[in-house]
Structure formats: C-alpha cells, structure tokens
Design a protein around this ligand. Structure first.
Ligand code: SF4
Length: 164
C-alpha cells in the first residue's frame, strides 16, 4: 500500500523552507494517525517498561520530522539517570509526549501485546517508507533514522537548559 506524501497540493517553497517543514510535520502526524489506526485492534498493559531504553537495549529510531515534532513547543527534558527515555514522567511510567510520540513507539510490538495474531507489517512498512520520503524533502542529508537518545544527546549538548 502506497500513500500520498502530502495531504494538500504542493507549494513552491524551497527544500527545507518553513512552509515545507510545516507540511512535513503535518504529514508526519498523518502517518502517525494511520499507524494508530493499524494498531487499534491491539492493546498493551501500558507499563512503560518498553520506555526504559537502557534496560531493554532497544529504542525508537526517528526521522528528522519525528524529532521536530517531539521538540516543537516544549522544553527539552534532561537525560534520565536510569537510562530511560527522557520523555518519561518522573516516576518512569508514563509518556509525557504521548500525542507526538515517534512512529517506533506506536508500533512497538512486545510479547505482552494483546490482539490479532499478526501485526500489520505491510502497513508499517509502507508508512515507514512514507516517513522516509517526508524526511528526505526537508532533510535530504539525513540518509537514515537516528536513535531517540542520539537526537536527544545532541540537542542537550547544543542547548543545555538553564536548570541543568
Ligand atoms: S517517546 Fe514516550 S512512548 Fe516513546 S520511548 Fe519515550 S516515553 Fe516511551
């Protein structure tokens, strides 16, 4: 299944322009909605265990527009001492950016998930391709997604908040 890259007609802004970046964020949200729809038949205990990234050794990999959505309009949280995702709440149980959480967080499939026997792999693959195309439009130099903690560490080093 291939899906349209853009919800609206193209404009003529140069690659990486502000308007195109806004379109990329809108498109990324559209991809997220479709991922959520694909996973609607599934449920999980929402324990937050999969967000303990150092403990699991796994983390979401983000294309540039995904990272932009995470940092847009909110302060950058400090790294967690337990190696968990910086976007966990203080108790380490709940995501504080749930509406904007990355694609990988929406499609993470662990043994505790409940629902149909097969996950929607074809849909996930098609949506991932679409995310890549969206990212390539605004950040063509980025050839692959990057781990969330890598994005975060780079941003934290570049602009540490005053309270750090
Ligand atoms: S962004 Fe949210 S859902 Fe994803 S790993 Fe971090 S806390 Fe968990």
């Amino acid at each position: 299944m291939r899906t349209r890259d853009w919800d609206e007609q193209e404009d003529e802004s140069p690659t990486g322009g502000t308007r195109e970046k806004e379109r990329a964020l809108k498109e990324t949200r559209s991809v997220y909605r479709q991922a959520d729809a694909a996973y609607a038949p599934f449920s999980c205990p929402a324990s937050g265990e999969c967000c303990q990234l150092a403990r699991t050794g796994r983390q979401p990999w983000l294309w540039q527009p995904e990272w932009e959505l995470l940092v847009k309009g909110r302060p950058l949280p400090p790294p967690r001492e337990d190696g968990g995702c910086p976007y966990l709440d203080a108790a380490g149980r709940r995501c504080t950016v749930y509406a904007d959480r990355p694609f990988g967080c929406r499609t993470f499939f662990c043994e505790r998930i409940r629902g149909p026997a097969r996950q929607p792999a074809e849909t996930v693959g098609a949506l991932l391709e679409r995310l890549e195309r969206v990212s390539q439009r605004v950040a063509p130099a980025l050839k692959a997604p990057r781990p969330l903690l890598e994005w975060h560490a780079e941003a934290w080093a570049a602009a540490p908040p005053e309270e750090s």
